[in-house]
Design a protein around this ligand. Structure first.
Ligand SMILES: [Zn+2]
Length: 159
């Protein structure tokens, strides 16, 4: 039985085949609908990286709105933000605005990783695997910091 990458529910072979053919990852019917809605407000690279993380078991959220701004990908458990950046982020005004966002997120306890689109295009698996290692280590540190006890890693893993 196949499962939905987003919610882990079981899906039929027909739904699986349709989803792989049209989307590239297995999604249940409600999540195919959900994707159609969020697709307009995100980039192909962000979606690709998001699903690569979900398929590795990372508890990620996409296009998260924190009350002030949208963040491409958030992993609350590890207190990490991921921003998937296109060429416009090389512009100095955008770069300065990015730096400020990184700073304010850091004040709230979140570390920001900025991933250029080119990494998603050219080195998706290696990038996703480094992010998983990063997430596991960050999760461990965040939880030890607040509890003083040693925490096991997140359940996600590299393939
Ligand atoms: Zn689903």
């Amino acid at each position: 039985m196949e499962i939905c990458t987003e919610c882990n529910c079981k899906i039929t072979q027909g739904v699986f085949d349709f989803s792989i053919e049209n989307i590239g990852v297995p999604l249940c019917m409600p999540h195919q609908q959900w994707l159609a809605e969020i697709e307009e407000n995100t980039t192909a690279e962000n979606l690709t990286l998001y699903f690569a993380l979900k398929q590795r078991g990372v508890p990620a959220s996409i296009e998260h709105y924190d009350g002030h701004k949208h963040i491409d990908i958030v992993i609350h458990e590890a207190k990490v933000h991921i921003e998937v950046d296109g060429r416009q982020h090389f512009n100095h005004k955008q770069a300065l605005s990015d730096l400020k966002r990184t700073y304010y997120s850091f004040l709230e306890g979140y570390f920001t990783l900025r991933i250029p689109n080119t990494l998603v295009h050219e080195h998706l698996d290696e990038t996703a695997e480094y992010l998983v290692s990063f997430m596991n280590e960050s999760y461990k540190r965040v939880h030890e910091l607040y509890s003083g006890t040693t925490y096991r890693l997140l359940k996600c893993s590299t393939r």
